[in-house]
Design a binder for this molecule. Structure first.
Ligand SMILES: Nc1ncnc2c1ncn2[C@@H]1O[C@H](COP(=O)(O)OP(=O)(O)OP(=O)(O)O)[C@@H](O)[C@H]1O
Length: 564
């Protein structure tokens, strides 16, 4: 009896103590959290003004300048009855994120769209996702909080592993937007591909055994047995080129292209940004911003800084001096603007090229030909960036310019088609400005420049051209033709020669330019060189020059032999 009483008192005391400790813990916790809550509220009350980039973030598709084709393609991929995964390519700050953020809301307005009104848009930055081989934390795919970890709570104490859903599950039924998808760790990419295939995520834990007699909660058992739902549409955005992106994700996605913005477009973005700041500005501000910026973010940032200077001087008007100060101190360089020359020249051709994300530009090509003193002429090619290295996380891509190899083809074409023994000449071809020249598409321009240099016939300054040329003189299709035509118009060109196979019906609607599709090099020469122009010869420093440029030494010799 006494022993029984003794044990009852001991057990009673034990539970009493346990209860007391629990109460103390609870009151300390509530005291601590209420203090933290107070601090959090205080922090939330402190607000700086909203940055202009945030204020000027497009709220409607109409406010995204210059990307109508990209937006149309994005809408077609996401807003139909069968939405597709999408990859948006484009340079930084041109509206990829802005468009992605709007497209889900737009899809919800469509009757046939499978997205429900409460469908979520989940945004994740791929550069922040690291592969963790222990699988403790994976914000993209999800992870399992095993009972060995601290803070595992009552379920953890009971030895139950707890699944933590990742972005793929949070985006279930909606859109998962992955910015900079080209930077995603390869293992994470493979996991993502698996989730996209299964439309659910399977999580593993050494602490879960389906055959175990342990009494797992129903939810835990369901997740481990049947997976977490992850049926979403992916929109990945990247500044990388398609060939740098994992082919498996590319093959599962519709590819959409956003382009770099023209000066007029960044000009408009700047104008809208100043309006959104509620300020006035000097008339020259938008055009100056246009001249110094190639994307929307740069334009908005430039305007924001100039507005800041005006505000510091207690003005409501941004002066051109404010902007010039920002340009000077920010070391901004103006965008290159190549214009056509004011008269035809010998051996000088307006080529066309694309750079970056499908931006067209006029590419000058000049050639000089001199009768060689040796049996085999020397070919010199300068101004070409020959090797371009692009490093990504897991591989290195090397682009080699094949302009040097292409010139051999050009020599064969001139010999083959025009019966000119061009290996008897020392030839120098130069690409002023030096860019990564893509040899094949400069084929027609190089041929025309060398032909003009050897024959001493000037090339029209109002003509620009693009196209690959085969050794039999056939003109073959090339890429980026629309961007090239637009660049030609801006440079003041009146006639553009393009390969016949690149012809599109909508080129008929281009105003202010004549577009001539050709299928062989004879047609190019026919349009580009000005045969009617007589070349007067004025000797200067041993090199013959004319009103139309340099006359090659070969022509000097020819002239002399005629005179003799
Ligand atoms: N085409 C555009 N039209 C209007 N504003 C633009 C445009 N492009 C960029 N902006 C401005 O720049 C800001 C940043 O653009 P956004 O984040 O959409 O670019 P992004 O292409 O996703 O860039 P990144 O690849 O660097 O993430 C926008 O909030 C907007 O203010």
């Amino acid at each position: 009896m006494i022993i029984q009483m003794f044990f009852t008192i001991v057990i009673g005391l034990y539970f009493f103590n346990a209860l007391k400790t629990q109460k103390i813990n609870k009151s300390t916790q509530s005291r601590d959290t209420s203090k933290e809550m107070e601090n959090l509220k205080k922090l939330r009350d402190i607000k700086l003004s909203i940055p202009l980039t945030e204020k000027s973030r497009p709220k409607k598709f109409d406010e995204i300048i210059g990307q109508s084709s990209g937006i149309e393609a994005l809408k077609a991929a996401i807003c139909g009855p069968n939405p597709q995964h999408v990859i948006i390519y484009g340079p930084p700050g041109v509206g990829k994120t802005a468009a992605a953020r709007l497209v889900l809301e737009y899809a919800k307005t469509k009757k046939h769209s499978p997205f429900r009104q409460d469908a979520k848009f989940i945004e994740i930055d791929s550069t922040t996702i690291r592969f963790d081989d222990r699988g403790i934390a994976d914000p993209l795919i999800g992870s399992v909080h095993d009972p060995i970890y601290q803070g595992a709570g009552p379920l953890g104490s009971a030895g139950v592993p707890q699944p933590k859903p990742g972005a793929v599950t949070k985006a279930h039924g909606g859109v998962l937007f992955m910015d900079e998808i080209g930077e995603l760790h390869p293992i994470e990419m493979n996991k993502l591909l698996k989730v996209m295939e299964d439309r659910k995520v399977f999580l593993d834990s050494a602490y879960y055994n389906s055959n175990s007699s342990m009494n797992y909660p129903q939810y835990i058992r369901e997740v481990f047995e049947y997976g977490l739902p992850a049926d979403f549409r992916l929109i990945g955005a990247t500044t990388r080129r398609p060939e740098e992106i994992n082919p498996a994700i590319r093959s599962r996605s519709v590819e959409v292209f956003f382009r770099g913005l023209t000066a007029e477009e960044t000009e408009l973005i700047a104008k809208n940004a100043v309006k959104k700041m509620g300020m006035e500005m000097d008339e020259e501000i938008p055009s100056t911003v246009g001249k110094y910026t190639t994307n929307g973010r740069e334009a908005v940032n430039l305007v924001q800084l100039a507005c800041g200077i005006a505000i510091n001087h207690e003005r409501n008007k941004v002066l051109i001096e404010d902007l010039e100060w920002v340009i000077e101190n920010g070391h901004f360089t103006p965008r290159p603007e190549v214009k056509i020359k004011n008269k035809p020249q010998i051996g000088y051709v307006n080529g066309l090229a694309v750079f970056g994300a499908n931006m067209g530009t006029l590419m000058e090509i000049e050639a000089i030909a001199m009768k060689s003193r040796n049996s085999d002429g020397i070919i010199n090619i300068t101004g070409v960036v020959e090797r371009e290295e692009i490093k990504s996380q897991n591989r290195k891509l090397i682009r080699k310019s094949n302009a040097r190899c292409s010139i051999e083809n050009v020599m064969t074409i001139i010999k083959n088609v025009y019966n000119i023994p061009c290996h008897d000449f020392d030839i120098h071809v130069n690409f002023p400005g030096g860019g990564p020249v893509d040899g094949p598409s400069a084929g027609v321009s190089m041929t025309t420049a060398i032909y003009s240099a050897i024959k001493n016939i000037p090339v029209s300054n109002k003509v620009a051209m693009t196209g690959e040329v085969s050794i039999h003189g056939r003109v073959k299709p090339i890429g980026g033709v629309t961007a090239k035509i637009k660049a030609a118009i801006k440079a003041g060109v009146e006639t553009v020669i393009i390969p016949k196979d690149n012809w599109q019906k909508n080129f008929e609607n281009f105003e202010g330019i004549k577009i001539i599709p050709v299928s062989n090099i004879n047609e190019v020469i026919e349009v580009a060189v000005i045969k009617s122009l007589e070349v007067p010869s004025i000797e200067e420093n041993g090199i013959m020059t004319s009103e139309y440029g340099i006359i090659s030494a070969q022509s000097k010799e020819c002239n002399e032999s005629v005179e003799n």
